[in-house]
Write a protein that binds this ligand. Structure first.
Ligand SMILES: Cc1cc2nc3c(=O)[nH]c(=O)nc-3n(C[C@H](O)[C@H](O)[C@H](O)COP(=O)(O)O)c2cc1C
Length: 199
């Protein structure tokens, strides 16, 4: 099968998200203009550099997280794990302004040290980020799209002590969840090591 802009009918849903997988979930905390915490998951998310550590998430539409990250100049990332999957899912409900998903999902707020935005206290790891840029994406013709990519620099990292084992973050022990396509998710349950030719 090959296709360009016209997807064959047999593919009822765009399979892009089932092909580019697993995608880490950026569980993004922001503050609304009144200082109320907002929380939502974003699987168009990744780390994009280290030293200084940088992350990005991308919003399909001018959603609260991207707009607040731009207005307030900061956001947090919390690691979404299997133990927190229901809370993560609840926090994706499109709540109106004035309602905090920390409340509706029953999540305790972790206290930030450098910025003002809280993170998910129960999460094994969280990042405080300063917004570097919010880029409104364009298509190949240069037409502006209703898509917003938020870039942030990590200014503080939080790791719960029990997830530090032999000086490393215990990724498998944290059981991070990641998005596949459709309504499918996967969990990190195993790891394997591969040395580099240059080692
Ligand atoms: C696992 C998961 C991943 C999601 N990833 C994205 C994403 O990458 N981009 C996006 O625009 N919406 C994504 N959504 C939907 C948003 O979380 C949802 O629209 C939410 O209400 C946005 O909240 P906000 O307006 O407070 O930012 C995702 C939802 C779930 C459950």
């Amino acid at each position: 099968m090959h296709y360009g802009s016209e997807r064959p009918e047999i593919l009822k849903h765009n399979p892009l998200k089932a092909i580019i997988t697993p995608r880490p979930i950026g569980w993004i905390g922001t503050l609304d203009p009144g200082g109320l915490p907002n929380l939502a998951p974003y699987s168009f998310f990744n780390a994009i550099g280290s030293d200084p550590d940088m992350v990005m998430f991308s919003s399909e539409g001018a959603k609260h997280s991207a707009m607040y990250a731009r207005e307030q100049g900061e956001f947090t990332f919390s690691l979404a794990t299997e133990a927190l999957k229901d809370e993560m899912n609840k926090s994706s409900a499109p709540e109106p302004s004035g309602v905090s998903e920390f409340e509706t999902a029953g999540l305790e707020q972790g206290r930030p040290q450098i910025i003002r935005t809280p993170f998910v206290a129960a999460s094994p790891a969280a990042l405080e980020c300063v917004t570097l840029d919010v880029i409104q994406l364009r298509d190949r013709h240069g037409t502006l799209l209703d898509r917003y990519m938020v870039l942030g620099e990590v200014v503080q990292t939080h790791i719960r002590e029990e997830f530090i084992v032999n000086g490393r973050f215990d990724t498998v022990g944290a059981r991070p969840i990641a998005r596949m396509g459709y309504r499918d998710y996967t969990t990190v349950t195993a790891s394997w090591e591969l040395g580099r030719p240059s080692d």
